[in-house]
Design a protein around this ligand. Sequence first.
Ligand SMILES: [Ca+2]
Ligand SMILES: [Ca+2]
Ligand SMILES: [Ca+2]
Length: 390
Amino acid sequence: MKRTLFALSILAGALTLATAPAQIVYSFEPEDLHGFAGSAGDGWQVFRATTGVTHGDYSMGVQWPSTSGGFRWLFGNGVRDELLPYLQVSKKLLLDATVPAGVSVPWANVTFSLNGPDPYGWNQLIGAVGLPRVEGTRTILIDLESLPLPDPDTEWFQINFGMNAGASHQIYFDQLRLYRSDCEMVAMTFDSDVHGFAPDPNDLGVTVSWNDGKMRIQSTGGFHWIFNGTVPGLAAMVRRGALVVMDVTVVSPPPAGWGNMIISINSDTGGWGQSNYTAEVAAGNNTFTRTIAIDYRDASLPTDDNPAYCLLNLGINSGGPMTIEVDNIRIYRAQVAGDVNCDGCVDDADLLTVLFEFGSTAITPADVNSDGTVDDADLLEVLFNFGNGC
Ligand SMILES: [Ca+2]
Ligand SMILES: [Ca+2]
Ligand SMILES: [Ca+2]
């Protein structure tokens, strides 16, 4: 086996380097943008763009009417096999969303619907996912676990984006892809305590308690920091990650129907590292559990793996009293080119995975360049990046 790998490494000079992770659902490369472009009108624009590209050559730009915010559905093209086989692998997706320089809005979010012929019909997500409000690229997590899938032989099947913002906004989407649990680094499980999380002692508007394996947060409404969650190794994890991911249950929804969360990572070497991304938590009168992610790539982080302290702070905000439970906080690893198994290091294990799946046309991370086939090009990309992150 080693000899085969060595022989292949000779071909590495011929490699055209691609940095895409596998398992991409939509890259917004084709002219028709998977159908979304047809949904424009009334001042809304949907267009192929070169801003905010994170895979390939193009992204999909969405522009609200120049003088207003508001809500609009953008409908997908209904090509079953562009979407359904992916959701059969994972009903959690990631999507890159970019706000260009000079654009900002008070709030922005997106909800989703899966749609097919009756009796499957219209299956809409409860609640929404926060979109970036200010300049920068953020990865959002779309948790569709609560939605059913249609029969595999359904005639058509589409994903629809319900766009909403508090003022005229501009967003560029790229690289809708499968969320991979392989990329999670487990940080806090709340099996026996709340990992140090507590409100400011002077803040009487919120309480934090351990409740049967979860952290329960009861707020009287408004904004509150929950400070100082930590575990050994947290600094090393956040330095290798890009998203804080957690399961949030709305136990008692706020009467005003909205609740959200921000984070700050605090360390002696990185200072107060507050992210500007806002995750939507509550939605209407609904009680439900879903996985949220908060992209912290803009936050200042500890400068080494062993600072004197590294803390995670949660800032929750709601329109009136709200009780939520938080569980299973993990850090989603940032992509390392060529790292097939997403353990952060490109080594023999990644090469072997590609070799074992050589020739496969399945949806698999072994298809490193995401072109639909596991072949020489994928092996070469692993070889070219061999040793990265180790
Ligand atoms: Ca693209
Ligand atoms: Ca690896
Ligand atoms: Ca490939």
